[in-house]
Design a protein around this ligand. Structure first.
Ligand code: AMP
Ligand code: MG
Length: 342
């Protein structure tokens, strides 16, 4: 199929809304990463998202809405069922990069939630995303608009690299502000639990609620080992060379190695590894975002894709502290490296 390039002007967004209403797929910018949108209540449309991405069908989608009222139709018991914590988070942080998980309403097809009886919902702040959802006149299921396993796309060019010819249209917006995906927070238990870390950090969410939000235990595990959940700093969570291909996500074509320690240690170790690689005829690129998690989040996926385009074989990247926003950024960096850390 030919993938139509759309602008962010009104008539193009209206057209994108029509495509979604008629069961088609449209990639669109959000403040986190580009999403691949389909009518969340149309099981056939959602199935074609899984196909276009090559995504395993048990990996559920996030449903995107433009008004809080739309949440009521997606969750069991409607808006009246929301507890105090959910109301507070919605009031303070929507629209924004926060996904909340609730028991699902019957109207949400099983294919949208990967067979789960819960549904993940987010209200994006990006103006184009909101206009598209309004034009579609229904909730929009949207995973990241990349082939499964590849780095998430943060520019329209990155979307086309993976999806040209596989989807009906892409809205050619600018580069995404945040750059990594939303924080996913499970609201179905006594205490909110972070299932996927993002730029709205554990510490920040805990502050807003006046109580401790928890990390899901799996986020504190390094493949093959278990870290002390009370910790969470680079030194305690890093373990040398833990392979585990099955943990590999956000993978560029190049190999990625994470190097911990000071800027000085990073520079000298990166130089050694770069020279070794050169002897084998391989080209190494070096990334150091300093201690700036916002910059790292904004650039990381785009940099991986750009270095792939330039044909690098090895990417050496400096770690940052796994605290606050750095926890979300390091989650992506470690996965892209398949936990290859030294
Ligand atoms: P992506 O669409 O690529 O941003 O990925 C969506 C993320 O949300 C995945 O990590 C999903 O596993 C997670 N997710 C979506 N719905 C649910 C749910 N009902 N329960 C738990 N995780 C979910
Ligand atoms: Mg994704």
């Amino acid at each position: 199929m030919e993938t139509i390039r759309l602008t962010t002007n009104e008539s193009d967004i209206r057209r994108a809304g029509e495509i979604i209403r008629s069961g088609g797929l449209v990639a669109f910018p959000t403040e986190t990463v580009y999403g691949l949108g389909a009518d969340a209540l149309n099981a056939g449309a959602v199935s074609s998202v899984y196909r276009a991405k090559g995504r395993p069908s048990d990996n559920p989608m996030i449903v995107h809405i433009a008004y809080v009222a739309a949440l009521g139709d997606l969750i069991k018991g409607g808006l009246d069922s929301l507890g105090g914590d959910a109301r507070r988070l919605i009031g303070e942080l929507w629209p924004g990069p926060l996904t909340l998980i609730f028991p699902k309403a019957d109207a949400v097809p099983d294919v949208t939630t990967g067979g789960l009886d819960t549904v993940a919902v987010r209200m994006p702040s990006n103006a184009t995303a909101r206009a598209l959802i309004r034009e579609a006149e229904r909730p929009v299921a949207a995973p990241s608009a990349n082939l499964s396993g590849r780095p998430s796309p943060t520019t329209a060019m990155d979307v086309l690299e993976d999806m040209d010819g596989r989807i009906d249209a892409v809205i050619m917006g600018g580069m995404c502000d945040v750059g990594i995906e939303s924080t996913v927070l499970d609201m179905t238990g006594e205490v909110p639990v972070i299932l996927r870390p993002g730029m709205l950090s554990k510490e920040y969410l805990s502050d807003i609620l006046g109580k401790d939000v928890l990390y899901d235990a799996s986020l504190l595990e390094i493949p093959g080992e278990t870290a002390d959940p009370a910790m969470g700093t680079a030194d305690t969570l890093f373990r040398p060379k833990s392979p585990g291909m099955k943990y590999k996500h956000y993978s560029p074509k190049a190999d990625v190695i994470v190097i911990r320690g000071s800027s000085e240690r990073f520079r000298s170790r990166a130089k050694e590894l770069g020279l070794e690689a050169m002897k084998d005829g391989r080209r190494a690129a070096v990334i150091d975002y300093g201690d700036d998690p916002d910059k790292a989040a904004h650039r990381f996926f785009a940099d991986l894709r750009e270095l792939d385009r330039q044909g690098y074989d090895l990417i050496l990247i400096r770690s940052m502290e796994q605290k606050g926003k750095g926890f979300g950024v390091m989650n992506r960096i470690l996965k892209s490296a398949g936990y290859d850390v030294e």
